[in-house]
Design a protein around this ligand. Structure first.
Ligand SMILES: [Cu+2]
Length: 152
């Protein structure tokens, strides 16, 4: 085997090895707005990290609104739930599932460009620290009730 062939073989082996680090799967995603004329909406989903390395959702983007932020809810001193932006994003540990759910962590669409109509879909790009960009088609479901927690 010539040196060039050996180097090519090593390169191919490395290229095959790299993508296994973090593998992200999105399940059961849906998006909604609280009212027909709402200025904002949100998306919820299960994020599975099936890889062997911790990952982190660091950003989200979409054409559906002027801004897309990662939000969570915190209780203020008087017990009222408030939304805050989570600039560092959501950690997705290896082998675990992180839930984005009503009353908890969510993807927030700020300044909707149009109404969110039941049955349509929104295209959202989720950016992960390791897995990179993942484009998901999220169905709009205005009728779905939260499994737990309080309404958005
Ligand atoms: Cu929010």
């Amino acid at each position: 085997m010539s040196l060039t062939t050996k180097l090519a073989a090593i390169g191919a082996a490395l290229a095959l090895a790299t993508p296994a680090l973090a593998e992200i799967e999105i399940h059961d995603a849906y998006a909604r707005a609280a009212m027909a004329n709402a200025k904002s909406g949100a998306a919820f989903m299960e994020i599975h990290n099936t890889g062997t390395e911790d990952d982190r959702l660091v950003a989200a983007s979409s054409d559906v609104s002027k801004k897309v932020e990662l939000h969570t809810h915190i209780a203020s001193a008087d017990g009222v739930m408030q939304m805050v932006e989570v600039e560092e994003g959501f950690p997705i540990p290896a082998g675990e599932t992180h839930m984005l759910k009503r009353g908890g962590d969510h993807v927030m669409f700020m300044g909707l460009n149009g109404p969110m109509n039941d049955g349509e879909t929104v295209t959202v790009t989720l950016t992960f620290e390791r897995a990179g960009d993942k484009v998901v088609e999220i169905p709009i479901d205005l009728k779905r009730q939260p499994k737990e927690g309080m309404a958005h």
